[in-house]
Design a protein around this ligand. Structure first.
Ligand code: ADE
Ligand code: ZN
Length: 335
């Protein structure tokens, strides 16, 4: 059991969330409400039946149900409501700043205009109780040409997002497949991130760094299989956006007690804790902190380090970063 003090520190500390798929914050209750509002027929008779289906064997088994859930999103207001609900939830967890992934291709493939998606999500960020910015992800099971077309389609909205990422089915879709689109995004001055080393091998982390020139690695937990890679990630202080509950639900690790978060920190890596797809994996960011600290030998010094790492890795101006880091230090100094 976590003691009261550590629990209060983890939940109360200021933090940034750097790995959250907005479509993965769609709770079953909201899926049903939106289905009714939009006249969409769902394959599940009730909220409970849908929640019961959240029993995954790997990443793909999750993605199939995640894309089905997103099919209830039709109007700009639907994207607004989903995003506003996440931001309120993150605010309650003392998240000060969130960098939010969205998957436009999931929606444009269903015939929705790009602007419906981004305008709804962006407007909720404008009305947000916390700082929020957007990262547009390309679906790696689709072709690079489709990613390039999506990047071109996004250009009229260039001021509404800060970076691009790479998500969806990892194995068989290495970073190299997206070299040109990432180079184009880099030329546009966008920040670059990619999922790598979640289910894929450490070599995918190497190529995300060397070929795509990413500034953060999403997940990255399989890096420990390569000592040379660990040495490099530590030297470069490359941030890893680790998602503990996701890793258990998608069977990257059997149980939380075998998760490698503590080992990543011991290796000097700039790990952070995040929620990935909180509506599907059993909790928002504080739940991820509590579950990891409950199962692993992690203490107050690790909590502070993880909070600091989250702000250090955020894509914000140095002045805002310094202010948040000072807030973390003051929080622990006065605790
Ligand atoms: N899309 C949403 N969640 C994801 C994850 N954990 N890995 C890859 N793609 C995703
Ligand atoms: Zn993810």
């Amino acid at each position: 059991m976590l003691d009261q003090r550590l629990r209060a520190l983890l939940t109360g500390m200021p933090k940034a969330e750097l790995h959250i798929h907005i479509e993965g914050s769609l709770e079953p209750e909201l899926i049903f409400a939106l289905a009714q509002r939009n006249g969409v027929q769902l394959d599940y008779p009730s909220v409970e039946a849908l929640r019961q289906a959240y029993d995954f064997s790997d990443l793909q088994s999750f993605l199939d149900i995640y894309y089905a859930g997103a099919s209830v999103l039709l109007k700009e207001q639907d994207f607004y409501d989903m995003t506003a609900a996440y931001l309120a939830r993150a605010h309650a967890d003392n998240v000060r700043h969130a960098e939010i992934f969205f998957d436009p291709q999931t929606h444009t493939a269903r015939g929705l205009p790009f602007e419906t998606v981004i305008n709804g999500i962006w407007r909720a960020c404008q009305d947000s109780p916390i700082s929020a910015s957007l990262i547009m992800c390309f679906l790696r099971h689709l072709s690079e040409d489709e990613a390039i077309a999506t990047l071109e389609e996004s250009l009229p909205f260039r001021d509404k997002f800060i970076g691009v990422g790479l998500d969806s089915s990892e194995v068989g879709h290495p970073p190299e497949k997206f070299a040109r689109v990432f180079e184009r995004a880099r030329q546009l001055g966008l920040h670059l991130v990619a999922h790598a080393g979640e289910e894929g091998p450490p070599s995918y982390i190497d190529s995300a760094l060397d070929v795509l020139n990413v500034e953060r690695i999403d997940h990255g937990v399989r890096c420990l299989e390569s000592p040379e890679l660990v040495e490099r990630l530590a030297r470069e202080q490359m941030a890893l956006t680790v998602c503990p509950l996701s890793n258990i639900k998608l069977r990257v690790f059997d149980v939380m007690g075998t998760h490698n978060l503590r080992r990543l920190l011991d290796a000097g890596l700039a790990a952070t804790v995040n929620s990935d797809d909180p509506a599907y994996f059993g909790g928002y960011i504080n739940q991820n902190f509590l579950a990891a600290f409950e199962a692993l030998p992690l203490d107050e010094t690790h909590a502070r380090q993880l909070a600091r790492n989250s702000f250090a890795a955020a894509f914000v101006e140095p002045e805002r970063k310094r202010a948040w880091l000072a807030e973390v230090d003051a929080f622990f100094a006065n605790a």
